[in-house]
Structures are given as C-alpha cells and as structure tokens.
Design a protein around this ligand. Structure first.
Ligand code: LLP
Length: 423
C-alpha cells in the first residue's frame, strides 16, 4: 500500500529524519560512504535487548540459533547476554570455539553429524548433543566411552506449523528427529539410557520457523506431554521458530509471550516444573539488521518499473527461496510518501534475482540513492553466496555512535583464494 515505511520495522534505536536514518547513533548515509554498499548494519542495542528478552523468558540453557547469523562478535555478544549457542556443523562449532564460547554453553545439532563433529563435541565437552537418528546413537555408543555426555532427544511431534512448507519441521514426513507416533522416540530414549556415560537430559522439538501462531507451540506441548511424563525428563527445549514482522502491518508475538504460552501449556499438563529452554534465531537478529544498497539502473518493461541495486540474491536469497516479503526505503528521504511500486532486483544474471517484487518507493527514486531494506538480520548474510563472483558485503555493528566492522567486505583477492591456478 502507498504509505511511508512503518518505522517500527527498523532497529530499536533508529531515528528517522527527513534526510537520513540513524541507527545506533550512526547515520546510514555516512556508513554507506565509509564502508561502501551493499552493507549489513546491525544495531547492537537491538541484538542485546532481544538476547536479554530470550534469556529472561526462558530458563538457563536458552540458546541463540547461530545459523541465523554468526560471526565472532555475534558469538561473544550472545554469551555476554547469558545465552548458549546452538551449532549444527563443524564450521559453526569451530567458529564459536575460536570466539571463546565456553564448551558448556554450546549445544550440538545436526541430522547427519559426522564422527569428527561428534568426537570434537564430546572431547571439548559441549553442554549437550541433540540426538537425531538411530545411526547417531550407534556412533555415540562407540565414541562416548571414557566421557560423560548429556543428550537431548529430538522428537518429531507430528504437528504441521503454520509457515512456509520449506521451513516446517514438526510434521511426520521430515528428515529431522524421532517420530513420536511410530514409537521411535521411545526406542531412542531406551537405547540412549543403555549407553554408559550418556545422560538423557530432555526432549528437543523444533516445529519450524517464522511462526506467528503460538497455538502451534501449545499444540505441540499437548502432543508430547505424555512422553515427557513417561520418561520423567528434566528439560524441554521448544526449539526456535518465533516469527518476526517483515512488512508494514505484520504483528508479532514477543519472546516473553511465546515463553509464557508454552509454560502455561506445560502447567496444564502438570509439567510446570520442567526446565524450559528454546533456540531462537530470527527473533533475536532479524530486526537488528538493515541492508543498505545503492540504486543503479532504473527502467520500465511491460508496464512495470524496475529498480536494480548493487546486491541481490547473493546477499539475500530469501525472496527467491521462500517468496519472502520486505519493505524498502530511500535512506535520504525516509519519510517521503512511497507512491509508486518498483520491482527491486539485484545484479545477478537471472530474472529470478528479485529482492522485492512490488516495493513502494517515492516516485523520484534515482540512481545513486541509498535503498535500505529493514529486517534483514536473519538468514541473509548467513545464506549469502558468491554467485556471479559477488564479494560478500561487509557487516558493521553500531552502538552509541560508534561503528565497528565485524566482517570485512570480501575482496576480489578473497574470491580467488581457493583457486589453485590463480591464488
Ligand atoms: N533450532 C533448530 C533446530 C533449527 O533448525 C532452527 C532453524 C532454529 C532453532 C532457529 O529458528 P528461528 O528462531 O530462527 O526460526 N533459512 C530460513 C529459516 C531456516 C530455519 C532453520 N532452522 C529462512 O530464512 O526463513
């Protein structure tokens, strides 16, 4: 709809004037001039506020889902705010260990963990391993002896959350977890209890991502409650998945309300004593991040106005993958009425390289204008690629008027560093 941007989509500290957007005390115009575009800007205050909200809402052990956005500075921030980190590959595990995250704050996930991943997690002594398959149990039986390992059993509750099919994970037909309905989950607990050194600490669930309806989580608790009673586990991790608002008019649930709804569902089943943890990713980092692009080519085709920016599907593949919607705003005129729709496209060599299918922008948007897309802090940089040999953008954290580069922009030299002929 033709309207100004709903500024509540911007990070908490954003101040919008007629000629600029200031985040964390730093002007987006100045940041673009200093660091170039495309540029990811994260507001540290928003990251910390969401991390603190998650820690306050759940019990100790609540973990930041590092897949949503990970670098050294983010790992350090999460730990400073009292969170654990969930990792699901050797790469994520290695990064958080290098960042100095204590092993006791790390949770290892993965539906296809390698022996090396399991061995490293066991040797460093991670907080817990979330077990996902019978094959993994067999391998744990080989690798654990001589160590003590806490595990969570990932249970598939058979609940289809209301979200995009590609990011649903709680339904029966999934590669994740042990089915409750078939009895596999029971068998998994029994097999794990038989391994010396293994302690089954609890049950893990993750029903999907970008979920707005807390009823899906409550329904999940209803489904697993008998299982939790039967096995007398100490902890339930409800996973991640809380949705965030991406576009004008979307309404979200707070981390606090999410936790309260799950707690009351547990209490209804006489399980109010369980340690309740979660693994939010998107709800911690999405709104903290804004991407700043420079507008380039503008053209009309088939009656449609096109505006190309200097990034695209390589820094934000979500629109292509999930049809996700975003808003756009001209940084130098953020309060201007957005009266015209443009298809905002990237610079990659395919027609599908669309960032926003129908973005409302002021009619006079012109090459050289800075275009910001709010709510791009989750699964943007994390899923960035070098398609068309595009260097990945820089990432800056801003706080109290100071910007620090936490990930520098890739250079053309970086792009050939793996090329055995050219490096
Ligand atoms: N826990 C587990 C086991 C997960 O698989 C995930 C996300 C999370 C926690 C965190 O979920 P969140 O709170 O961020 O929704 N690339 C997709 C999202 C994929 C989610 C993968 N798993 C997107 O951009 O929408």
């Amino acid at each position: 709809m033709a309207a100004a941007l709903d500024t509540t989509l911007l990070p908490d500290t954003a101040v919008v004037t007629a000629t600029d957007i200031v985040v964390g005390g730093c002007s987006l115009t100045d940041l673009a001039a200093t660091y170039g575009t495309p540029l990811f800007v994260y507001d540290e205050a928003t990251l910390r506020a969401r991390a603190r909200a998650a820690r306050g809402a759940f019990d100790d052990g609540v973990a930041f889902a590092s897949k949503s956005f990970l670098c050294g500075a983010m790992a350090v921030l999460a730990v400073e705010e009292g969170l654990c980190l969930d990792v699901s590959t050797a790469g994520e595990l290695d990064l958080v260990l290098r960042a100095g995250v204590p092993a006791a704050r790390i949770v290892l996930h993965g539906n296809n963990k390698t022996d090396d991943e399991l061995r490293r997690a066991i040797t460093v002594g991670v907080r817990q391993i979330v077990v996902d398959s019978f094959g993994e149990i067999e391998r744990l039986a080989r690798l654990v002896p001589g160590h003590n390992v806490d595990v969570m059993v990932r249970v598939t509750p058979g609940v289809a959350a209301h979200t995009h099919e590609f990011i649903q994970t709680g339904q029966e037909d999934t590669k994740f977890g042990f089915s409750l309905a078939t009895g596999d989950a029971h068998l998994a607990v029994r097999q794990l209890l038989a391994i010396p050194g293994v302690t089954v600490r609890g049950v893990h669930l993750h029903i999907g991502s970008q979920i707005f309806d807390v009823g899906s989580f409550e329904k999940t608790v209803d489904v697993v409650a008998p299982f939790l009673h039967e096995h007398g586990v100490a902890e339930l991790c409800i996973g991640g998945g809380l949705g965030v608002a991406y576009v004008n008019g979307e309404v979200t649930v707070s981390l606090g309300d999410w936790a309260r709804s799950v707690r009351s569902a547990l209490a209804r089943h006489g399980l109010g004593h369980l340690v309740l943890t979660a693994e939010p990713g998107r709800s911690i980092v999405a709104q903290a991040g804004v991407t700043v692009y420079t507008a380039g080519t503008r053209k009309r085709a088939a009656g449609r106005a096109y505006l190309a920016v200097d990034g695209g599907m390589s820094d934000n593949p979500r629109p292509v993958l999930y049809g996700s919607g975003y808003e756009a705003v001209v940084v130098q005129r953020p309060l201007a009425e957005r009266t015209t729709t443009y298809r905002i496209v990237g610079k990659h060599c395919e027609s599908g390289d669309v960032l926003i299918d129908e973005a409302w922008l002021p009619d006079d948007v012109a090459p050289g204008d800075l275009i910001a897309t709010p709510v791009t802090g989750a699964y943007g940089y994390a899923m960035a690629s070098n398609y068309n040999r595009a260097p990945r953008p820089a990432v800056v954290f801003v706080a109290d008027g100071v910007a620090r580069v936490v990930l520098r922009r890739e250079s053309l030299d970086d792009l050939v560093r793996l090329d055995t002929l050219l490096a």
